[in-house]
Design a protein around this ligand. Sequence first.
Ligand code: ATP
Length: 243
Amino acid sequence: MIPHDHPRYQSLVTREHLAECARSGIVSWEGLISHGRGEAFDYLLGEKTSDSARRAARVAAALLRTARYPVISVNGNTAALAAREIAGLQKASGALVEVNLFHRTPERVAQIESLLCDAGADVFSGEAERLLPLSHDRAWCRRDGMYRADVVLVPLEDGDRCGVLVEMGKKVIAIDLNPLSRTARTATLTIVDEVTRALPLIAEACATLSAEECRELVAMLDNRVFLKEAGIEMAGRLSHALD
Ligand code: ATP
């Protein structure tokens, strides 16, 4: 029982929810460690969306809106934290939703797909193949899904697959609280923000940007600027907090 007046109430509720999802198999035990790393970086952001991340979310929307074949890749942590937000972004962007896991079993895939469906997402399922040049199970995807995509959104990704997707010529949008991660540095665009905060911002921008604005935002995209701004934001907060 977590008391409502606890200063870290929301964080504790989220942790308890993730622990429950780990017990039921949706989140891997290792996924809990990833969440801890994310929380640490979110502290440095003051647990709120920066202006820079807000702008990056608009660019993400522009990339999704101008894509021919956009796909949202979902893993266990993302499904556990943000199934409803994924469904909302799918509606706003028209992207396909596909499950992709590091710790992959048919049961886990089915469990996560069903959680997403219950939240209102239309999940692209069916026969997966080992199509990506990776030695781990994130190599498994659908030929008419992620393999064919020109733009892939990868919330909470690992750097290997992000790199491979970029090498395949795809535009990769990462959502990652750690601006130093391999994923953040390899992606075409990184939104340095918490996944449940970032997804609704992308959905909102998908619904409001004009076609002309989308083209301009994509043409001006420079991920190094967003990573640098995230670093400056975090360093600034850290030095102020310790004054
Ligand atoms: P890389 O291979 O890219 O260097 P890593 O080994 O740190 O990454 P993982 O352990 O797979 O990657 O963790 C995924 C990333 O997701 C971490 O960088 C973490 O900061 C980030 N992360 C965790 N939870 C969240 C969240 N709720 N919102 C946004 N990012 C998150």
